[in-house]
Design a protein around this ligand. Structure first.
Ligand code: SF4
Length: 638
């Protein structure tokens, strides 16, 4: 049996492949905890602070266990990194070659059938299609992330990928997705992502009904994301864009087959979809269904009827083309989805509509997923391991466990091995208005921009809303002098990866970001020396996931703020603050501009949940802190 204390200790064999490797407090212990949980087939939650090296700490015992493993990560980027870089490296050091596979959601793979049928008059799309046609002959996996030269936002992607709603020609032997799935069923270890995991747990449509029960160990990294992801997947949703797209496909097929009756029923469906759109609210936003039920019930019922008509018509000519049967089933699926959203007696949940400039989406979001997930975690032959840098609230895992219905579980918490109390200082400016004040953003920018002169490296401004981000962007463009020679980057100007690349290159840039920069961003060294947070990241109560959860707590006589809004905001703040120290030698300043952290009683919950760091509202202390670090750094370079 592997001695994980030695494996991650002073004389670790990892030193031979990772020259910068040094033992980190907590890494060996974390591996031992996971090894024990795997052997005893128990569930385990581990909070592992930044820098523990949690990926290796779970990969090593997983590989040594000899069991069938699924590892689920938060993003596709992490999935690729784990599969292509970390996994082969640690398997080599352990001398443990195992068969591995990478499985992503269906929409990440090229659909050969849809590619064959894809055409466009648009020049860019045609060019993109040409690239994909050429790439088709070079790829073994069909994983679209391998393609370069096509924009992430290109309209070509939905034309060449398959969702489980539109698989009109199930050619399973050639289909990249089905081949990847088959491989994953055979291998010892599969790397998947949370979306795939929960889409499958919720729908049992993608084959996990064969695959997941076989796994003996399921390791979930970035586990703090799963309550929200699982809630989305246990919900139901249908939007006008997908219906419109599907109507076009249907029409094309009916015209080719010259089926006049079917064409007529499809036209009728199209008219009813338009009627529904006309009857829906014009103003963009989210609406609870009961607010607009009276104006929408009739158009939706008519739309349902029209769908059924087309489905029937397709079924009646199914013998003419093999894809007609599948198309008819898809319409039936749409019909049932729509129906369960409008009929309050069919399913329990929050019903709501989202209106955007491009589409109208009807949704039902479950109030509680714990009661549906808990059975999943009780399989006697499985060990579920949940890990993240941010799961606990003041060392307590109750919030996380309650949300996903996890009952019997072991728990461990390993703080960051970095000297956070010495290397980071949290500044709480005392002269700022309340966050509800209309002048707040302007004032916080005026106040914090004075700190830019003190900091030699780069700065993140993390905002809690797009509105504040745009205001900041406008403010900086009017106050260019403050930026001096720094590059100013703003979320939305280009892709996240491109912005981060420019930020790292500049080394003293200013980056304005909202949600997607609060987590999963890793900028080490001098390129990031200050993180400025505008407000405590309370989610809007109008957010449907939040609304559904608050409703559930209310129905059970609880306090939504204490039980959900506060803990969720604490975890988000931990993530935001966690952007600063990404390496043992990193140091810097965190500025939290929301005075509620000082003035409200719940502010202490935020403070106690962060890694140990000193707080100050004294500008002189900032100078002292920075001077001492800049001097130390200078000394160490000499
Ligand atoms: S099986 Fe479905 S996803 Fe695969 S190529 Fe055929 S239509 Fe596309």
């Amino acid at each position: 049996m592997t001695n994980f204390s030695n494996f991650f200790g002073e004389n670790s064999p990892l030193k031979t492949v990772l020259p910068g490797f040094r033992p980190r407090e907590g890494q060996g212990e974390m591996a031992i905890d996971i090894c024990d949980a795997i052997n005893r087939k128990e569930n385990l939650i581990i909070e592992a602070g930044t820098g523990i090296g949690k990926t290796f700490a779970y990969l090593a015992p997983a590989l040594m266990s000899g069991k069938k493993i699924i590892i689920s990560t938060g993003t596709k980027t992490l999935q690729d990194q784990l599969y292509k870089r970390d996994l082969p490296l640690i398997a080599k050091v352990l001398g443990r070659p195992v068969s591995t596979s990478l499985l992503k959601g269906r929409s990440n793979y090229l659909c050969l059938h849809r590619l064959d049928n894809a055409t466009s008059n648009d020049k860019t799309i045609s060019q993109d299609l040409k690239i994909i046609h050429e790439w088709k002959f070079q790829t073994d996996t069909g994983d679209l992330s391998e393609i370069s030269g096509i924009s992430e936002t290109s309209n070509v992607w939905p034309m060449v990928t398959c969702t489980n709603d539109n698989c009109p020609s199930p050619s399973y032997d050639q289909c990249y997705f089905f081949k990847a799935r088959k491989l994953a069923q055979k291998t010892d270890l599969s790397v998947i992502n949370h979306h795939l995991l929960f889409a499958d747990i919720a729908m049992k449509e993608e084959g996990f009904s064969d695959f997941l029960p076989e796994a003996e160990v399921i390791i979930i990294d970035e586990a703090h994301q799963i309550p929200d992801i699982a809630t989305q997947f246990f919900g139901k949703s249908i939007g006008t864009i997908e219906i419109e797209r599907f109507i076009k496909e249907l029409l094309l097929k009916a015209i080719v087959l010259n089926e006049a009756k079917t064409i007529k029923s499809i036209d009728n469906l199209s008219k009813n979809l338009k009627k529904f759109v006309i009857s829906s609210p014009k103003k963009e936003g989210r609406y609870e269904f009961h607010e607009i039920e009276s104006q929408l019930n009739k158009p939706i019922s008519d739309l349902c009827l029209a769908m059924r008509e087309v489905a029937k018509s397709l079924a009646s000519i199914a013998g003419k083309d093999e894809s007609l049967g599948v198309m008819s089933e898809t319409l039936e699926k749409y019909y049932f989805r729509l129906n369960s959203i409008i009929d309050p007696f069919l399913e329990d949940g929050l019903r709501w509509i989202e209106v955007t400039s491009r589409s109208i989406r009807l949704n039902i979001t479950p109030l509680d997923i714990g009661n549906r997930l808990c059975h999943q975690f009780d399989m006697s032959h499985q060990a579920w391991i949940f890990t993240s840098a941010t799961i606990a609230i003041d060392n307590d895992f109750t919030h996380f466990k309650d949300r996903i219905g996890l009952k019997n579980t072991l728990e461990s918490n390993y703080p960051s091995p970095y000297t956070t109390d010495k290397n980071a200082l949290i500044y709480l400016p005392k002269d700022l208005p309340d966050t509800s004040n209309r002048e707040f953003t302007k004032e916080m920018l005026k106040n914090t921009s004075k700190l830019l002169n003190l900091i030699e490296g780069g700065v993140f401004f993390l905002f809690t809303s797009n509105k504040s981000l745009y205001e900041a962007k406008r403010w900086f463009s009017k106050n260019k002098k403050i930026i001096k020679k720094r590059v100013l980057l703003s979320q939305g100007d280009s892709s996240r990866e491109e912005l981060l690349m420019k930020f790292r290159e500049d080394g003293k840039g200013i980056l304005l970001g909202t949600k997607s920069f609060w987590e999963g961003v890793d900028v080490r060294g001098a390129a990031l020396k200050m993180v400025i947070i505008d407000k405590l990241p309370f989610k809007s109560p109008a957010d449907p996931l939040m609304m559904a959860r608050l409703e559930h707590i209310k129905q059970h006589g609880g306090n939504g703020f204490i039980e959900h809004q506060l803990p969720t905001a604490v975890l988000s703040l931990k993530q935001g603050v966690g952007r600063l120290l990404r390496d043992q030698n990193d140091y810097g300043l965190i500025v939290i501009c929301d005075n509620r952290i000082q003035n409200k009683s719940y502010g202490t919950v935020f403070k106690k949940s962060l890694a140990p760091m000193k707080f100050t509202d004294d500008r002189d202390k900032i100078n002292q802190f920075l001077e001492s670090h800049q001097t130390n750094n200078h000394d160490s370079k000499q």
